[in-house]
Design a protein around this ligand. Structure first.
Ligand SMILES: [Zn+2]
Length: 322
């Protein structure tokens, strides 16, 4: 880069800034879904550099946690690492909260950061982790101060049976549990043969696990409306206890979230409204070594990320909504 004269004319400055701008733009931090995709590339590299996985108790998990924590620290979040025992030794949850917002009214967003040991775990659950990470960074970048405190959780050892999230909820006092007004969970939001599911907070499908705690229905509605805005008609998925919302609904905390499907099979009706292949799994690489960056549907990732961002911005201001 050539030196610029100390006193430049407007015309010379215009030329200089025209020359300088592309370099500045290239070094500016990514935002939005482009940044989410970048996080997934980084998580893939972390797995490749650490024996092919990011499983709890393995070096790839700790490297993933360090990667996420560094970005949240740099953006001004107050981060905490919570240590606990899992199969294969000590592992961790990462909690990050906004410095501002009412500590007696906390809205949580969570995703498990660990993979299974058979692969890099990019759809399961790099996608949920990267999406809530970027929604947090974008919110911080907006400069807004939330009315509610926002707390982002990256769970360890979900794949061993919700170990991290269970440990977290059990470690809270009754008063601390009472401060959490909602928990939103994101586990697999970029499945390659994507379904568009929201946790069935109001039990509108009338079967299975029944409704979530009071307040869950309005989370489902907000996420349904956000996905409808990108042209997607959702279906309910039961709170069947297969992800980290389980320990929260057990203690009566309203919960919700989106999910694009795992080993289940897409029906012809679903293929008609959502596209993709009927008779095939939503994610045929579920828990396999082929769950890499190539195993992500970018449109599903984008739509879910937009819905998550909407939920962050909305619930930063108020939960429940008026
Ligand atoms: Zn998962």
């Amino acid at each position: 880069m050539p030196k610029r004269p100390l006193l430049a004319t407007a015309a010379a400055l215009a030329v200089a800034s025209a020359l300088v701008l592309p370099a500045t733009a290239a070094s500016a931090p990514l935002t939005g879904v482009t940044a989410v995709q970048d996080h997934l590339q980084e998580l893939q590299k972390i797995a490749e550099a650490n024996g092919g996985n990011r499983a709890a108790g393995q070096p790839g998990y700790k490297a993933s946690l360090d990667y996420v924590k560094a970005q949240l620290d740099a953006a001004g979040f107050a981060t905490t690492i919570q240590e606990f025992d899992a199969i294969g030794g000590t592992t961790y949850n990462l909690l990050a909260e906004t410095p501002g917002g009412d500590a007696n009214s906390v809205v949580m967003f969570g995703a498990h950061l660990d993979s299974v040991s058979r692969g890099a775990g990019i759809n399961d659950n790099g996608t949920g982790s990267a999406a809530i990470l970027q929604a947090a960074l974008d919110y911080a970048g907006s400069g807004a101060t939330p009315k509610n405190k926002l707390r982002f959780a990256f769970w360890g050892a979900e794949e061993q049976g919700l170990v991290g999230s269970s440990h977290y909820v059990q470690s809270l006092s009754d008063a601390e549990r009472g401060q959490i007004v909602a928990y939103l969970n994101f586990d697999m939001v970029g499945s390659p043969n994507a379904g568009y599911f929201t946790y069935d907070g109001d039990d509108s499908d009338g079967e299975g696990a029944g409704p979530g705690p009071e307040g869950s229905a309005q989370i489902e509605k907000l996420l349904n409306d956000a996905l409808a805005a990108s042209g997607v008609q959702t279906e309910g998925t039961d709170f069947d206890g297969r992800s980290d919302y389980g320990p929260f609904i057990e203690v009566g905390i309203p919960a919700g979230g989106t999910f694009t499907g795992a080993e289940g099979t897409k029906t012809p009706e679903q293929a008609q409204k959502w596209g993709g292949q009927a008779g095939e799994a939503y994610d045929s690489c579920y828990h396999q070594s082929c769950d890499t960056v190539d195993n992500v549907d970018q449109q599903a990732l984008d739509r879910n990320f937009q819905a998550i961002s909407t939920a962050v911005k909305t619930y930063a201001e108020q939960f429940p909504q008026p």
